[in-house]
Every structure is written in structure tokens, then in C-alpha cells.
Design a binder for this molecule. Structure first.
Ligand SMILES: Cc1cc2nc3c(=O)[nH]c(=O)nc-3n(C[C@H](O)[C@H](O)[C@H](O)COP(=O)(O)OP(=O)(O)OC[C@H]3O[C@@H](n4cnc5c(N)ncnc54)[C@H](O)[C@@H]3O)c2cc1C
Length: 340
């Protein structure tokens, strides 16, 4: 039997794509290598634009309103409150559970398997024994589907960054996502529950969470004594490139389509927007439209985030927060652009 859509990867983007496809009346089999509710290293900030995209899927995960972004270093601080609706801090496990339940409700078939090959034929594509008219590669950073479909490119030279996170059981002290620039890493503090705060560290490969935290006394003191409520979990290196987002019957969606950095925290919003675009392209019989949608949806991410990472990894890193402080309107415009 050939299904309409095979999806590789049951993270948030694969699940969103599966729900979109069922809503479009397509049959779906989702292939995920892991069982149960999946946790992942993430800052867990859903940008404001992510919530309507989830809403159209029938998913409204509980969490904590996020009203903007605060940048700070040792001496300076700049806040920007979102001009529209708030975002939301949501534990990945909560988000995953809600998306998985909705997918099941809509009749998404699931297969637990690890995809190692992708075989394209004239009228179908086969992965993990599933034959599908279209295959969506939603398998995250360093996607196997991208590699096996001839779409992956080697990463550009340059600093290799990764992220690692941990949760603390304490009452959030701000309704903003707090980004603290230390010497060579950043900490992202996101409230995700009434008594739970996520702390993600981004920085050069090999950076150590505890050591870096100790070098930021303002944060270390706040967290001191709070029970740790999750184990350290990391992901990276971030940068990954693809030559194109489609090849024959394969479309790449979410992080699998290429990734810049988690520094601006819009991976989920983008991934949900791309899941919708990919399914619309397939359902309308115009899969070639997806490449243009990908370019349009990811433009700000590719330009602003790349620019910011280049700055943050350059000798001028120390000027980043002072500049944002001196130009709050520019800082606010960039935050709003990436959040919507
Ligand atoms: C430290 C950190 C902080 C971040 N902060 C934020 C933030 O605050 N806000 C935000 O929006 N984004 C953030 N991001 C980015 C966000 O986490 C990603 O953009 C998001 O997880 C992408 O979802 P995805 O479904 O594409 O990939 P993933 O979540 O990686 O899911 C991929 C799935 O595919 C499965 N898979 C992989 N290979 C195979 C295979 N061969 N066969 C079968 N299954 C396979 C995996 O098991 C996994 O479940 C952050 C990322 C990091 C690392």
C-alpha cells in the first residue's frame, strides 16, 4: 500500500506536518526512531507567531506568557516587549504530548523505526519499508533524509556552536525571555511553569554549563539552592546546509531543511510555518512551490540570525549588548521581525 505522505521524524515539526496533512485529507505514516514523549535541548520559547500556527492544528499547549526579550551583559540591560500578542514558554515534553495526541486523534499512523535509506521511484518514495507518494524529511539537525536524498551540503567553515539546557524548580522572576551575554556563551532563561524555569546555554562546542554559569554571578545566585528539575541535555553543532529543499518526491521541513543557530529562538515557529507550506504544496499538486515558500519564510532567519551569530562570534562580541542598549528601536524591530 502507498500512503500519500510519509514523514520521517516525530519531533514537533514532523507532528505538525502530520496534522496538517490529515487536515488536508491525506493519508499519513509518521516514522520516528524514539518511543514515547520526546524531550530535546531547547530554549522552549514559542515566539508569538508560533501560537496561531499551533492553533490552526487544534493545539494550545499550557505554559507561561512571554511578553518580550531582555538582553543583558554584566553592566547593561535592554528590554523589548512584543508589540502584538505574547509568546509562550512551554516544556518540550508538554508540546510533544499535545501534538502527538492531536495527531493520533486525526488518524496519523505511526511506525517506530530509524530511517537509514531513501529510495526514490517514478511514482513513490520508500523509507523504512513505507511507500509514500511524498516523503517529508522532518528529522532535525543533520538530517538523514537530506543526506540520503542528495540534498545535504557540508557546513561552511567557521565557529561551531552548540546548546545545552537544564531546568530549575523556582518561580520565574520575569515575563521576558532573558538573554545574558557572557564572555563567550549566552544564557537563555525562559519561564515554562509556575515553578519552573529553563536555562539554555549556547556557545562554542566544548563549553561547559556549570563552569560558564559560575562566571555569571547574577544568574548563578538566582539559581543557587533551587532544585534542578531536569538533566543536562545538549544539541548541535548548529550550522547545517542543504543545496535545495526538494528533490523529486522528497521535501525537507524544519531543522532538516538547514539551520543557522538557536540564538534568536524561532526554530519552532519557522518549522510549523514550513510544515504548513510543504503540505499545501503537496495537496495542491504543486510541490515545486515549496522551495519559494521556504525561501520566503526563512529569509529573516537566514539574514538576521546569520548576522547576529557572525557578530556574536567575532572580536566585537562585547559591543553587541551596548549597541542594542544604545539603539533600542533597532533592537526592538529585529526582535519583532523574528517573533512574528
Ligand atoms: C539549545 C537550543 C535552544 C533552542 N531554543 C529555541 C527556542 O527557544 N524557541 C524555538 O522556537 N526554537 C528553539 N530551538 C530550536 C528548536 O529546538 C528546533 O528548531 C526544533 O526542535 C525543530 O524541530 P524538528 O521537529 O524540526 O526537529 P527535532 O525536534 O530535532 O525532531 C527531529 C525528530 O526526528 C527524529 N529522527 C531523527 N533522525 C531520524 C531517523 N533517521 N529516523 C527516524 N526518526 C529520526 C528524532 O528522534 C526527533 O524526534 C533551540 C534549539 C536548541 C538546540
Amino acid at each position: 500500500m502507498t500512503v500519500d505522505v510519509g514523514i520521517v521524524g516525530g519531533g514537533p515539526v514532523g507532528l505538525a506536518a502530520a496534522i496538517e496533512a490529515r487536515r488536508a485529507g491525506l493519508s499519513v505514516t509518521l516514522i520516528e526512531q524514539r518511543d514515547g514523549t520526546i524531550d530535546k535541548a531547547c530554549g522552549e520559547g514559542l515566539m508569538p507567531g508560533a501560537l496561531p500556527l499551533l492553533g490552526r492544528l487544534g493545539v494550545d499547549p499550557p505554559g507561561v506568557d512571554l511578553n518580550g526579550v531582555r538582553y543583558r551583559d554584566g553592566a547593561r540591560i535592554v528590554d523589548h516587549r512584543f508589540t502584538g500578542l505574547p509568546g509562550r514558554g512551554v516544556r518540550r515534553t508538554t508540546l510533544h504530548r499535545q501534538l502527538a495526541e492531536r495527531a493520533e486523534e486525526l488518524g496519523v499512523q505511526r511506525l517506530r523505526d530509524r530511517v537509514t535509506s531513501v529510495e526514490q521511484r517514478a511514482d513513490r518514495v520508500v523509507a523504512a519499508g513505507i511507500a509514500a507518494r511524498w516523503l517529508l524529511g522532518c528529522d532535525g539537525l543533520h538530517s538523514t533524509v537530506a543526506r540520503r536524498s542528495g540534498l545535504a551540503l557540508p557546513p561552511r567553515r567557521g565557529p561551531r556552536r552548540f546548546g545545552i539546557r537544564r531546568h530549575y524548580a523556582l518561580e520565574p522572576w520575569s515575563d521576558l525571555i532573558e538573554v545574558i551575554y557572557a564572555a563567550d556563551v549566552e544564557f537563555y532563561v525562559t519561564p515554562v511553569g509556575e515553578r519552573e524555569v529553563g536555562v539554555a546555554m549556547l556557545g562554542p562546542m566544548g563549553s561547559r554549563f556549570e563552569q560558564a554559569l559560575a562566571a555569571v554571578p547574577s544568574l548563578a545566585e538566582r539559581l543557587a539552592g533551587a532544585p534542578v528539575s531536569s538533566s543536562l541535555r545538549g544539541a548541535g553543532p548548529f550550522r547545517s546546509r542543504t543545496r535545495s529543499r526538494t528533490n523529486g518526491r522528497v521535501l525537507l521541513v524544519g531543522d532538516a531543511a538547514g539551520y543557522v543557530d538557536a540564538l534568536t529562538g524561532e526554530g519552532l515557529r519557522l518549522g510549523f510555518a514550513l510544515a504548513r507550506a510543504a503540505v499545501e504544496a503537496i495537496a495542491s499538486g504543486q510541490p515545486e512551490d515549496y522551495e519559494d515558500s521556504w525561501r520566503r519564510e526563512t529569509r529573516a532567519f537566514r539574514t538576521l540570525t546569520t548576522g547576529l551569530v557572525t557578530w556574536a562570534t567575532s572580536p566585537a562580541r562585547g559591543l553587541l549588548v551596548p549597541t542594542a542598549t544604545r539603539m533600542p528601536a533597532l533592537f526592538g524591530a529585529a526582535v519583532d521581525r523574528l517573533a512574528r
